[in-house]
Design a protein around this ligand. Structure first.
Ligand code: ATP
Length: 328
C-alpha cells in the first residue's frame, strides 16, 4: 500500500516564468485545505541538496499571486546531475520528513525528477512552468500567456516608431528550440514575417516578402525572429543581410531578452497555475505519483512523466499560413 502523504515539498526549477508564485500559492493552500504539511525548497534541486527550505502555511503565500518571478527562487543545479548530489537531496528530504515532491519547471526539471524517483522512490508530480510552451502533455505551460502579452505590448510600441520613420524592425524573442512565442506574438502583433526554429522559410522568401510589403505601400515592417531560428543567422546578421540586398530599407534590431520572463502574471496564467497545482496536490494525496499535470482541451489532465518527456509539444504549422494570409 502507498505510504500516507503527510508532508509535501514544493520547488521551482529551471528558467523562471510568470505564474510560478501563483503555482506555489496553490500548492500551499491546497495542502492547508487538506490538512497536509507543506515545505518550500529554495533554488530548485540545489535547495534540496543543501537542505535549504522553509515551512509554509496558508499565510506564507498571501499576496504573491500577483507577483512575477518565484519567491522560492529558481536555479539550474549541476550537482543534481550527479548520483551523489541526488543522494544528498534524498537524505535531506528524509531528514525533513518529506513524503512527496511537487516540481514546477520545464522538461529538464522533469527529467531530473524521473531519475530521482527511480533512484529514491519519492513520489513526484511535475507542473509545467516555462514561458516556452514546449512541453508535451499540455496545451499551455504556466508563463507562456504572460510572456506573449509582454512581447505583443513591446512590439506594438516598436510598431509606433517603425511607422513614423518607414522602418523595418527585426525583433528577437525567446525560443531557442521552439517557435511558440514567435508564432503567436507575431500573429498577435501583425508581423510581416515570423522566423522560427521548426521551419526554414529561406532568405529569398524573406527578401521577396519584404519587397512586396514595400511595394504595397506599407509604412513599416516587423519581422519576429525566434532566438534559434532555422535560417542559421542571428538577428543582427539577418538585418545586415536585408540592408545589403534591399538598400531602401532602414533596418533596425531589437532583442527583447529577459523582460519576457518578468512581470505580473496574466489572469490566464494565474488560473492555469491554480488549477494545475490543486490537482497536483490531490493526485499525491490520492496515492498517485510520477505524473505531470497539464491542460488539454480545456480540462486538467495528468499524463505520465515518460509521456511528457517522450517528445516536445509541436507548434501548429497552420499558424504560419494564417500569418502569410494576414500579412498581405
Ligand atoms: P526551462 O525550460 O525553463 O529551461 P528546465 O526545467 O527545462 O526549464 P533545465 O535547466 O533543463 O531547465 O533543468 C533544470 C534542472 O533539472 C537542471 O539544472 C538539473 O539540476 C536538473 N536536470 C535536468 N536534466 C537532468 C538529468 N538528466 N538528470 C538529473 N537532473 C537533471
Amino acid at each position: 500500500m502507498a505510504k500516507k502523504i503527510r508532508r509535501i515539498g514544493v520547488m521551482t526549477s529551471g528558467g523562471d516564468s510568470p505564474g510560478m508564485n501563483a503555482a506555489i500559492r496553490a500548492v500551499v493552500r491546497a495542502c492547508a485545505y487538506y490538512h497536509t504539511e507543506c515545505i518550500g525548497f529554495y533554488r530548485g534541486y540545489q535547495g534540496m541538496i543543501e537542505g535549504d527550505y522553509m515551512e509554509m502555511n496558508a499565510r506564507s503565500v498571501q499576496n504573491i499571486i500577483t507577483r512575477g518571478g518565484t519567491i522560492l527562487k529558481s536555479a539550474r543545479s549541476k550537482e543534481f546531475l550527479t548520483k551523489e548530489g541526488r543522494q544528498k537531496a534524498a537524505d535531506n528530504l528524509k531528514k525533513a520528513e518529506v513524503d512527496a515532491m511537487i516540481l514546477i519547471g520545464g522538461d529538464g526539471t522533469f527529467r531530473g525528477g524521473k531519475i530521482f524517483n527511480e533512484e529514491h522512490h519519492i513520489p513526484i508530480i511535475g507542473v509545467p512552468g516555462t514561458i516556452d510552451n514546449d512541453i508535451n502533455g499540455t496545451n499551455y505551460t504556466i508563463g507562456f500567456d504572460t510572456a506573449l502579452n509582454t512581447v505583443v505590448e513591446a512590439i506594438d510600441k516598436i510598431r509606433d516608431t517603425a511607422s513614423s520613420h518607414n522602418r523595418l524592425f527585426f525583433i528577437e524573442v525567446m525560443g531557442r528550440d521552439a517557435g511558440f512565442i514567435a508564432l503567436n506574438s507575431g500573429i498577435g502583433a501583425g508581423a510581416e514575417e515570423i522566423l522560427i526554429p521548426e521551419e526554414n522559410l529561406g532568405l529569398d522568401r524573406l527578401l521577396d516578402s519584404l519587397e512586396r510589403s514595400r511595394r504595397s505601400g506599407k509604412t513599416s515592417s516587423i519581422v519576429v525572429v525566434s532566438e534559434g531560428d532555422k535560417i542559421g543567422k542571428n538577428v543582427f546578421e539577418l538585418a545586415e543581410y536585408v540592408k545589403e540586398n534591399l538598400p531602401d530599407y532602414d533596418a533596425k534590431v531589437t532583442v527583447l531578452g529577459h523582460i519576457q520572463r518578468g512581470g505580473s502574471p496574466s489572469c490566464f496564467d494565474r488560473v492555469l497555475a491554480s488549477r494545475l497545482c490543486v490537482r497536483a496536490v490531490e493526485l499525491l494525496l490520492d496515492g498517485q505519483k510520477n505524473l505531470m499535470v497539464g491542460f488539454v482541451n480545456n480540462r486538467v489532465e495528468a499524463c505520465s512523466l515518460d509521456q511528457a518527456l517522450k517528445s516536445k509539444h509541436k507548434i501548429n504549422k497552420d499558424l504560419l499560413r494564417i500569418s502569410d494570409i494576414l500579412s498581405t
